[in-house]
Design a protein around this ligand. Structure first.
Ligand code: ARG
Length: 563
């Protein structure tokens, strides 16, 4: 039952073709509180074309309007306020949710189109930063949202596993490294060597030459160089996978930068054939002045490839392999300029999906006021943040619900959920200071709050036992129930909006809104009273539980039944 549609149609008829349905729909507003109606049509902007005062227009429209299906339509100044037929609307909404279950809100807009999502993409031999966490959870949620909208996402972890830094790392390891140490604590040790390299090469520039040689060897397939690289990569990946397991994030492919090594020659060839490569101080660049961008450096003077060279090969590969409907790169805003260059080069090359390349940027994150950077040594290890969060969640649960059966499991769901939700409720591009204690609160706009609301709904249903829930629309005299029902009805539009904007915060904010309205309802009504409306009230609770759980799932957050 689509009330926006009903309102639009009624108005279109009354306006006699003076506005199109889309124009009308765009003007419709939602009154802040339900006592002012459920949808409002302002008439100010029509005054000019209709040569009448807005109040008069509202009056005239009200007289002509077919009000079937509405409880009433009121004229308040320049507004037409529509009141829905609450009983019918409630019943229809709840029936839709309960029949569809978890698939409520699903649509087929994407037509199964492939959408590679470049996400997470940490660098080998470096700790995964909070930035990579953001990319991981944002990318993961966008993938769920795309699936819900009928697309076929491909989650690709574009590991930073190639580049001149591996020459430095091998050099450092050969000079100061120790196999046992690396085996015990791979990433930390490798970082230590790398940091030492940068300290020492200030006075010993010859180190850089050695590093360059090692990288060249690596590129040429030298067995020792390759063996070390492979070992560093594997050990790092194991640590990364621990974090992914904790977050419950899975990837379809791990095609890191190195995967494209044998595909770089073709890129250079295409660029040459299209006369796009020019020499500049011995290096090969693509001029991008027509895009108002600095030239893209494709090959260094020694012939070494760069980050962008590998990204061009990546885009070409994805283009051919997936014929993508969209091409997403979930990468921090600091690389915005870079992605403009990448897109420009691809356009020059004539790669078909270049126009559908979207950099999906996000802001910086600080944890408890502290910045994260590998160089400064002030690294807040992601794994540590997760661990801490799970511990704190466990303490909270111990206090609130000491008899809970699977406490450890739930602590993990809540601790991890708090971090994921705490990130995703912010608009992507905002910078955020992440205060762990705040994100873990069971009250306020947090993951645990939404999870707790879902658990509360489940607990009501458990207590009710085998009552046959029925979406009869006879209990909505209660204004909180009515607000909850309208919020439930918004979900399909939320799913679409989150997809159009590639913005998980749309879903997170919605989940908070639904949890809040539901909790108000819960506080004001005795849901479990044994009367004729009990099955109808339970239908509402069941629908809320379903939609809260599904919203959390779209964010990559678990919804325990008890907590
Ligand atoms: N490894 C890079 C970093 O940590 C991110 C890679 C992003 N993806 C890409 N296709 N460039 O900054």
């Amino acid at each position: 039952m689509d009330y926006k549609q009903t309102v639009t149609t009624a108005l279109a008829t009354a306006l006699d073709g003076q506005l199109t349905a889309d124009e009308i729909a765009a003007k419709l507003e939602r009154p802040k509180t339900s006592d002012k109606g459920d949808m409002a049509f302002p008439t100010f902007t029509l005054a000019k074309t209709l040569h009448r005062a807005p109040q008069q227009i509202a009056q005239d429209l009200a007289e002509k309007l077919d009000t079937t299906g509405f409880e009433k339509v009121e004229v308040v100044g320049p507004y037409l306020n529509f009141f829905f037929d609450k009983g019918a609307y409630s019943e229809a909404t709840l029936n839709t949710v309960l029949t569809a279950g978890a698939s409520y809100g699903t649509n087929e807009d994407g037509n199964g189109g492939n959408v590679p999502i470049d996400m997470s993409s940490p660098n080998i031999a470096k700790p995964m930063s909070m930035g990579h966490l953001r990319s991981t959870v944002i990318g993961n949620s966008i993938a769920e949202i795309l699936t819900k909208n009928g697309y076929h996402p491909i989650k690709d972890n574009h590991l930073g596993d190639w580049g001149t830094q591996f020459g430095k790392l091998i050099t450092a390891y050969k000079l100061w490294g120790n196999e046992e140490d690396v085996k015990k604590d791979p990433i930390n040790k490798l970082v230590e060597y790398y940091v030492r390299f940068h300290k020492e090469d200030v006075d010993k520039p010859e180190l850089d030459d050695i590093a360059r040689e090692w990288f060249k060897k690596l590129e040429d397939g030298d067995p020792e160089a390759h063996h070390l690289w492979e070992w560093f990569r594997k050990a790092s990946l194991q640590e990364f996978n621990d974090v992914y397991d904790e977050l419950g994030v899975k990837f379809d492919t791990y095609n890191g930068e190195a995967f494209y090594n044998d595909k770089l020659a073709e890129v250079v060839q295409i660029l040459k054939d299209k006369h796009l490569l020019v020499e500049s101080q011995g290096a090969q660049v693509v001029d991008l002045s027509k895009y108002d961008l600095n030239p893209a450096l494709i090959l260094k003077s020694d012939g070494a490839s760069l980050y962008i060279t590998r990204d061009i090969a990546t885009a070409l590969y994805r283009d051919r392999t997936y014929h993508p409907a969209k091409n997403l790169y979930v990468v921090g805003s600091e690389q915005t300029y870079y992605f403009k260059q990448l897109k420009a080069v691809l356009k020059e090359m004539g790669v078909p999906s270049a126009d559908d390349l979207h950099h999906v940027p996000f802001g910086l994150i600080t944890v408890d006021g502290k910045k994260l950077s590998t160089r400064s040594g002030r690294i807040i290890l992601l794994a540590k943040v997760l661990e801490e969060s799970i511990k704190l969640a466990g303490e909270e649960i111990n206090e609130k619900n000491p008899d809970l059966a699977n406490k450890e499991e739930v602590a993990k769901q809540v601790g991890v959920g708090a971090i994921v939700f705490g990130d995703l409720k912010n608009e992507r591009t905002n910078n955020i200071d992440f205060v762990l204690a705040d994100q873990l609160k069971f009250e306020g706009e947090t993951g645990p709050y939404v999870q707790y609301s879902h658990a509360r709904a489940e607990s009501i249903l458990r207590k009710a036992g085998n009552v046959d829930v029925q979406a009869a629309g006879n209990h909505v005299a209660d204004p909180e129930a009515w607000d909850t029902i309208k919020t439930l009805a918004d979900f399909p539009a939320i799913v679409k909006m989150a997809c159009d904007e590639l913005e998980p915060s749309v879903v997170a904010k919605y989940a908070i809104r639904l949890a809040k309205t539901f909790n108000k309802y819960y506080a004001h009504s005795k849901i479990l009273t044994e009367d004729a409306d009990l099955p109808a009230r339970l239908a509402l609770v069941k629908a809320v539980s379903t939609v809260l759980k599904e919203s959390l799932r779209l964010l990559g957050v678990q919804a325990p039944d008890e907590m």
